[in-house]
Ligand binder design. Structure first.
Ligand SMILES: N=c1c2ncn([C@@H]3O[C@H](COP(=O)(O)OP(=O)(O)OP(=O)(O)O)[C@@H](O)[C@H]3O)c2ncn1[C@@H]1O[C@H](COP(=O)(O)O)[C@@H](O)[C@H]1O
Length: 161
């Protein structure tokens, strides 16, 4: 749980820093001229951090895969993978429940932290099952071409319910 807690702390810190930065930008922004009498929303001066790291899940997958069969005392992933499929699935389920609890509670910073836990445990599950991120990305790309309603209707044995 140590890392989960550390992640939560980081997420909260990032969140509050982010909000501060946004406020400062709004005050400093070039578009906020009083003379016109119109309220102008200032353009943020800082690029969003998320845009910098789109391949983080691929890298995490490679790291977790490289841990398979290594010393469980040195790697949480190795420990989890050595405990077997049921335990891996159980841990994923627990993290998913923690995630939805934060969503329902309306706590965005905690939801960010729990979402990272869910993605990590999902990736451990992929490694165990022999599924690659590329297969999942390909499925997501396939779905980009159709709406969710169309996709549901295209499923075999779809009852329309
Ligand atoms: N993102 C994560 C990550 N998120 C969560 N966790 C671990 O998930 C654990 C969840 O805590 P729990 O108490 O619920 O789980 P547990 O210790 O198995 O407890 P029990 O099942 O025994 O009750 C935390 O202790 C973390 O160590 C993670 N462990 C690793 N990573 C990533 O995986 C990479 C490889 O890690 P290692 O395999 O440890 O080298 C790291 O560099 C990180 O990028």
């Amino acid at each position: 749980m140590t890392m989960a807690l550390a992640t939560k702390r980081t997420a909260r810190k990032t969140d509050s820093t982010g909000k501060k930065a946004a406020k400062n930008t709004a005050v400093k922004g070039t578009g906020a001229k009083k003379s016109s009498g119109k309220k102008t929303v200032a353009k943020p001066e800082v690029e969003p951090v998320v845009a910098l790291d789109a391949q983080v899940l691929d890298r995490l997958f490679d790291t977790v895969q490289s841990r398979r069969g290594t010393d469980p005392a040195l790697s949480h992933s190795a420990r989890l993978l050595s405990r077997g499929r049921k335990k891996i699935a159980q841990k994923f389920g627990e993290e998913a429940v923690e995630c939805l609890i934060e969503a329902v509670a309306g706590k965005p910073a905690e939801l960010v932290s729990e979402s990272a836990d869910v993605l990590y445990h999902l990736i451990v599950m992929w490694v165990d099952a022999g599924v690659t991120p590329q297969e999942v990305w390909a499925e997501l790309r396939r779905r980009e071409a159709m709406s969710g309603v169309e996709e549901k209707a295209s499923r075999p044995n779809n009852t329309g319910a």
